[in-house]
Each structure stands twice: as structure tokens, then as C-alpha cells.
Ligand binder design. Structure first.
Ligand code: ZN
Ligand code: MN
Length: 143
């Protein structure tokens, strides 16, 4: 059985993207990660193994993966985007203490989209919603 990483590699290759060890490592890291890493976190995780890796290389590859539809970018301003290789519909909860971002499953909240369409006249294409709070670890520390 082909793994998700192999499938993604095949998809990139068939659109003419050359595979390098660094590119593969970044892709694999994203596909196996559930932490929604930033470019800098990916760089720090992989640089011990790939000493010639640069932050610019990580950025360029992330852009390539996003453009290829393999990874979703969650933007928060210029440098702090997080990257998610789980393309399924799901929501995120973010800890205001440590920045941890976790997935949670919930049916898409269509009522908000409908209310927005009525209220603004927009032809709604989607929405993004994030839950903020303290993760269990941070909540414990504050007790
Ligand atoms: Zn936390
Ligand atoms: Mn996610």
C-alpha cells in the first residue's frame, strides 16, 4: 500500500517537480506531524539532520506544497503561518498559553455562513473558525 507521503511524491513528480532529500524530508515531516508547525519549527526540527537546509528552502517548499494542494496554510500575518497536511474539514483549538494547536472534529457550522450571506449579501465560499483557550497542561499550571 502506498503511503500518503509516497502518494504526494508521485503527484509532485507527475507535475514535473524534482524530488530532493530535503524536499522529501519537509513533506514527510508535515504529513506525519499533528502540531501544525510554522516554517521555523520545521526548519529547527530538520536542520540537525540536514545542516545545509535554510529557512528560505523550507519556505519555498511550503509554498510549492500549498500550490500543489497538498498542504493547507493557516495565515496569521507574515511569518507565523502554520501548515496542516490534514485537508479534511476540521476545526482548531489554540492554546493562548503555549500556542499548541489541536484538531477537533465538528460538523461544519453552516448556520454562520447562512446568517452571513443574509446579513451581508455575500455569496459565501467558506469560513474559518478557531477556538482559543488554555490547553489542559497550561490550565493545570495556573491552578
Ligand atoms: Zn498550552
Ligand atoms: Mn488541523
Amino acid at each position: 500500500m502506498e503511503t500518503r507521503v509516497e502518494h504526494a511524491v508521485d503527484q509532485l513528480k507527475s507535475s514535473g517537480v524534482r524530488m530532493t532529500p530535503q524536499r522529501y524530508a519537509i513533506l514527510e515531516f508535515l504529513m506525519e506531524s499533528h502540531i501544525h508547525p510554522t516554517a521555523d519549527e520545521i526548519f529547527r526540527a530538520l536542520s540537525p539532520q540536514y545542516p545545509s537546509l535554510s529557512v528560505a528552502t523550507v519556505y519555498n517548499n511550503l509554498k510549492l506544497f500549498v500550490d500543489a494542494g497538498l498542504v493547507r496554510e493557516l495565515t496569521y500575518g507574515d511569518d507565523s503561518s502554520r501548515f496542516d497536511a490534514d485537508l479534511s474539514d476540521h476545526y482548531h483549538a489554540i492554546c493562548t498559553g503555549c500556542g499548541t494547536m489541536v484538531d477537533f472534529e465538528h460538523p461544519p457550522v453552516k448556520a454562520v455562513e447562512e446568517a452571513a450571506a443574509v446579513s451581508t449579501g455575500f455569496r459565501v465560499q467558506g469560513h474559518r473558525m478557531e477556538i482559543y483557550g488554555l490547553c489542559p497542561t497550561c490550565a493545570d499550571k495556573r491552578n
